[in-house]
Design a protein around this ligand. Sequence first.
Ligand code: SF4
Length: 699
Amino acid sequence: MRQIDEKLEQIDRDLAAMYGRKVPAPHGDAVGEMIHIILTQNTSDANSDRTFAALRAAYSTWEQLAEANVDDVEQAIRMGGLARIKAARILEALARLRAERGAITLVGIERLPKMEAFEQLTEIDGVGPKTAACVLLFALGVPVFPVDTHVHRVANRLGLVRTKSPAATQAALMPVVPEEITYQLHMNMVEHGRRTCKAARPRCERCLLASYCLAAQAADAERNADRVADSTGGAAVAAAAMEYLASLARFGVKPGLERTAALLEWMRHPERRMAHIHVAGTNGKGSTAVMIERVLRQAGYRTGLYTSPHLQRYTERIRVCGEEISAARFAELIHEVKPLVARAAADPGVGEPTEFEVATAACFSYFAERNVDVAVVEVGLGGRYDATNLVSPIACVITHVGMDHMDRLGNTLGEIAADKSGIIKPGVPVVTSPQEPEAAEVIAAAAAAAGAPLVRVEQLAGPPAASAQSPGLSAAGARVPFELIDVGVDSTRVRVDLTSMPRGKAVELGCGLIGVHQAANCATAVAALELVSDAFPVSDAELTAGIALARNAGRFEIVQTEPYIIVLDGAHNPDGAQALAATMGAVIDRERPRVMLLGLSRDKNLDEMVGILAPHADLVIATAAAHTRSGARDPGEIVAAMAAVGVPGRSVPAEEAVAAARAAVEEIGARSLVVTGSLYLVGQLRAEFVSPAAAEGSE
Ligand code: SF4
């Protein structure tokens, strides 16, 4: 088989996977098709359909139309635009048919060899190559390949042709497109051009053809060149920006929104140029945000994702359509915000912004310049006074609330939940993950006070509550029950009952994020997507694919399965440790003996963390994570606490931690190694476990 045939057939297969199979259904009205195609010029399909219907209503036969006055025809087709020109073309074509064939008919043309039929048609005034091919293909079922502007663009981007006009593309492709795929390939290339391979901003990130598309490869090469430039010429600028940002960290976390508000005001509110979904919570908010974003991206929207903290690079926090901001652009944005930081610092009514506030302002500026449709924004800390709380979201999400950052958010679950509920906005729907009763009450009260419809995601069997039986979200809110089906090293299977939501049915999903706790995050993400489905509809297939493709580095990330399993998990508080322990029970504990590489922050309750994690380790290597906010816990204390509950271990410096952990695996013949206790630790060591390419590509 020739190479072009193979390529065309692969394109046909991939497009059919994206848009479905297409079966020809010739309608037989060749003259009508010819007139219809003339009417499609320079207008939308919907408008040309309406114009054609108006013409048919005005003239009951083509003979009657052929006798009509050009002014009358122009009047009948006025709504289609260019009416004078099209009216003249139609009448000329009909006159030519009558003169040459003795009647206004094309009957019998389909019996000619197809190229002869094509040439006869193109000899008619007003009938170009596309019209002739459409008449043959759509009316008479003759497999001749038409090319419109969409097909022309897609064919050139894919590298099938290098042509300047649709007519030239048609001349090149018509002889080579296999007859049996002509109809389907044409239909799906048009659909691809309309929905994905758009003229201005092709959505290559969701295109199955990207691996062999020349345009996508050229764009990749350009991006790689930018990265190289970042890592060479731009490195000094990027380093200076990061140094400046770090210098602001001395202001730590300061309550109040006035500094971010001032920055955004002076930047002319970039955050107002997109829709937002705002995500708070103690644990699971990053994973939930990642899933929401991945599904929206899968559905073709231009997405922004703002998360924190990062694992390896600060720029991981800001992504557009899954792609991390370049170090060079981030440095430029920080440079642009710098004078505004000085202005804020000089204003006693504002004050110097913190590192997170400056990064947040830069992030919104980047999302605006990249024309993001919808941004999924994770709260940095708490909710009420977080810099991100200046967005006007279309939906709010509160994932599981646990005991963390008590020094800033409060000493009870209720106080912490109250702070996180500070993201709830009047009338804006909010979805909450399963909560302890104390937190659930506070969130429900905050939603009621704001008149915000509340969706409760609950791990329950049984039918939805009576108040939520019909699709659509009532003011009283709805319940979204879910069920964890199973969790393995490949996926977490979840059943989410959306009977009370717009989808009106249950869905079963294979979530790409691994963990018992990911079932709740997945159900929460899906419920949030339902809340925004008016503005951002997502099909069942897009939902399934997006949830399956979601990844979140450093959260039960399985980076190796042979010869032993290696898991990286940044659980850094009791809530996260419980989630890790539950998943280890389901996935890892059978892989014994088990080594745990553990580093903790000084501000975490050592005995509580050890109590949760110890049952899942046979040997512990304790180390210190270098960059924790509060400083690292002395590894010797971790070893002592583990020994007190019967788990042997030893402490090592961070730079020796990975080698020591691998040696420990060898020593006891371990079948699993789990690195945990701190996101900073996981970030610090991840590069030693993951290839640079995988690290770059992680979402
Ligand atoms: S990868 Fe991008 S440019 Fe290539 S066909 Fe797909 S959408 Fe078009």
